[in-house]
Design a protein around this ligand. Structure first.
Ligand code: ZN
Length: 295
């Protein structure tokens, strides 16, 4: 009897493992994924799914007084702390900050990451951005979006049999076309986790980014005040398009009540998911329109 219970528990665990949704998110720097998707990552992690953040550069140029190996080491530590707080995996690739180019070598690094993680969902920036590293991260992930299934390319890591769904993070750039919030995730319940993730990147949110903006004197010293300041300055309220998307995915009541969100646009490359598939891949979207379970 005991064995039976044990075996069925084991079977349940194994099947739960194979049901795990595997998400990989790319950013140019060790804090970019956190800004765009750490709320969604926290929700996936809470539900037992597997999330990896990948910073394509090591961030060794993102500071006003530190640089090089010393800065890269500090930022690696911050990324690992963010991962610990979110319950995810965080990889930092050894490419120099501010010098990223869409080369074949870096494309292969991206292909290996996606295959190694056996990703169902890939998140990345759009290739329109003020920062060349962000822009090329978008290009590099797009360039990998078909190659991950081609066995002869980077044969040292087995090709995926199924192309993942590729999604873009939200941004404010209007040209050549504005961002379209195909999927909007209500992160209100985990907003503290998102702030905790951002708070890990001390060198960025409390030093470098305020220095760039000429606002270093505004950064609070007290740890709790710092987080409240991050919440005020680093979160966005849903605009009309995001609100409509929240209502589509969560129904009128919750869609209107959502205070914090993260949104994603479906990339035309990779697998094209229908609504049912999106609900499978984003189980936190819940019940959807009006009420009742999704079909
Ligand atoms: Zn960045």
């Amino acid at each position: 009897m005991r064995e039976l219970v044990f075996m069925s528990l084991l079977a349940a665990t194994l099947s739960a493992q194979s049901d795990k949704i595997r998400v990989i998110a790319f950013g140019a720097h060790p804090d970019d994924c956190d800004i765009r998707a750490s709320g969604t990552a926290a929700l996936f992690a809470k539900m037992g799914h597997a999330v990896r953040f990948v910073s394509v550069t090591n961030g060794d140029a993102g500071h006003q007084t530190m640089k090089g190996v010393e800065l890269a080491q500090r930022r690696l530590g911050e990324a690992k702390e963010s991962a610990r707080r979110l319950g995810i995996d965080y990889q930092v690739l050894e490419n120099h900050d501010g010098e990223l180019l869409p080369t074949l070598e870096v494309r292969k690094q991206i292909i290996r990451q996606i295959r190694d993680w056996k990703a169902d969902v890939v998140l990345a920036p759009r290739p329109n951005d003020y920062h060349p590293d962000h822009r090329y991260t978008g290009v590099l992930v797009q360039d990998a979006a078909y190659m991950v299934v081609v066995p002869a390319v980077t044969p040292e890591v087995p090709a995926l049999r199924k192309n993942p769904v590729f999604l873009y993070y939200e941004d404010n750039f209007q040209r050549p076309n504005p961002f379209r919030p195909d999927i909007a995730v209500d992160i209100t319940d985990v907003i503290d986790r998102k702030i905790d993730a951002l708070d890990s990147h001390v060198s960025q949110f409390y030093e470098w980014l305020p220095w760039v903006d000429g606002r270093l004197n505004e950064v609070p010293k007290d740890p709790a005040e710092r987080k409240a300041w991050l919440l005020r300055n680093r979160t966005r309220q849903p605009g009309p398009a995001a609100r409509a998307s929240l209502i589509k995915w969560y129904g009128t009541e919750r869609g209107n009540a959502a205070k914090y969100y993260e949104a994603f646009e479906i990339c035309e490359y990779g697998t094209q998911p229908d609504e049912t598939r999106i609900r499978q891949l984003f189980p936190m979207l819940g019940v959807g329109k009006a009420s009742g379970p999704a079909k």
